[in-house]
Design a protein around this ligand. Structure first.
Ligand code: HEC
Length: 275
């Protein structure tokens, strides 16, 4: 089954590649449509892919400090951070910075006398706390646009990593002069110009300016560095089992090669006896 799914992935990657080649000649940009994404190198892509711990940990810092004020990560639990190199106490400390609804107390109450929900400190078993109670609240705080949950964003967009990186580094104050926009293109109030967002107008103001975080490992926090790190973090969030999956795929292929050799040797032996 493992082999069947990876073969399917390779096939669809090949098909996508062929499609990309086929469309590449139509120019950098279809009017008002998608722009070719600059290709980046990622440690987690390719069959020997793995996550760079330092990169993913810095990405967590960027997510928590910047993105988490608008975007949730509803499928990731704090204890999953054990996978990227945090020990139990560190995970507890990260979770303890957040609060979640407490559920009914001894008297069966879920709200205090003023009508506010009772809260408790988040535990490692809790999912990442969402910034807004629901989509209406999220839209109300963001001029009508809902910041999507980022748990699966890496998988939800073609070339997810290149796309997220390009989006975060693709803001301009004004559309660049040589940018091929439709005649009737007009910037709408409250939106920002982004070279890589479909339609080029996005309701997310540029989230990164550089120095938005002070990295624990001392890395310089340029926009590009932050964008790279948070992209790696989001790839891990969407595919926490990637390393296990790829290792298993490699083992299965080695196993099949060895078995093929054995079967071939025994076939030769059996047939030799027949002559
Ligand atoms: C102030 C709120 C805010 C912050 C902070 C913020 N975003 Fe967003 N983000 C939004 C909104 C609103 C949208 C929806 C934009 C739209 O549909 O026009 C969005 C959309 C996105 C999308 C989806 C684009 C698509 O193709 O649909 C991605 C990816 C994203 N944000 C990543 C991030 C990352 C990574 C960070 C942190 C570095 C971040 N955002 C910080 C508000 C925010």
């Amino acid at each position: 089954m493992m082999v069947a799914t990876s073969v399917k992935r390779w096939l669809s990657a090949a098909a996508f590649g062929a499609l990309a080649l086929g469309t590449a000649s139509t120019g950098v940009m279809a009017a008002g449509g998608a722009v070719d994404l600059p290709e980046q190198e990622w440690s987690f892509e390719g069959i020997f892919g793995h996550f760079d711990r330092g990169e993913v940990q810095r990405g967590l810092q960027v997510y928590l400090n910047v993105c988490a004020s608008c975007h949730g990560l509803q499928y990731v639990a704090y204890r999953d951070l054990g996978d990227i190199g945090y020990d139990e106490d560190q995970v507890k400390a990260i979770a303890a910075q957040y609060e979640v609804p407490a559920g009914p107390n001894q008297d069966g109450e879920t709200h205090d006398a003023d009508g506010y929900p009772l809260m408790r400190t988040a535990l490692p078993s809790d999912r990442f706390v969402s910034p807004f109670p629901n989509e209406n609240a999220a839209a109300a705080m963001n001029g009508g646009a809902v910041p999507p949950d980022l748990s699966l964003m890496y998988k939800a967009r073609p070339n997810g990593a290149d796309y997220i990186y390009a989006l975060l580094t693709g803001y301009y104050d004004e559309p660049p002069e040589d940018f091929d926009l439709p005649e009737d293109f007009e910037m709408m109030a409250g939106l920002s110009f982004n070279a890589y967002f479909p339609g080029h107008q996005i309701a997310m103001a540029p989230p990164l300016y550089g120095d938005d975080v002070e990295y624990a490992d001392g890395t310089e926090a340029t926009i590009e560095q932050e964008a790279r790190d948070v992209t790696a973090f989001l790839a891990w969030a969407a595919e926490p089992n990637l390393e296990r999956r790829k290792n298993m795929g490699i083992k299965v292929i080695l196993f099949l090669i060895v078995m093929t050799g054995l079967f071939y040797a025994s076939k030769r032996k059996i047939w030799r006896d027949q002559h």
